[in-house]
Write a protein that binds this ligand. Structure first.
Ligand SMILES: [Zn+2]
Length: 67
């Protein structure tokens, strides 16, 4: 005997096609949960500075004071 990780109701591994969940509903809930996590990962791993453009090193303006 064990507890469903979703609703924490007592369930069992034996004769349970949805183990370790108590029902198909909880199984789908768990699937949706980690699916959402999966989608959230790439969004959080976006570069923190979107204004960082690749150009900007080809204009040495500091050398323009030798007039
Ligand atoms: Zn459950």
């Amino acid at each position: 005997m064990m507890k469903c990780p979703i609703c924490h109701r007592p369930t069992t591994y034996e004769a349970n096609p949805y183990r370790p969940f108590c029902s198909e509903r909880c199984k789908l809930i768990d699937f949706g949960a980690w699916a959402n996590e999966e989608y959230a990962v790439p969004a959080e791993e976006k570069p923190p500075h979107p204004e960082d453009s690749p150009q900007g090193t080809d204009t040495p303006e500091e050398e323009s004071d030798r007039v």
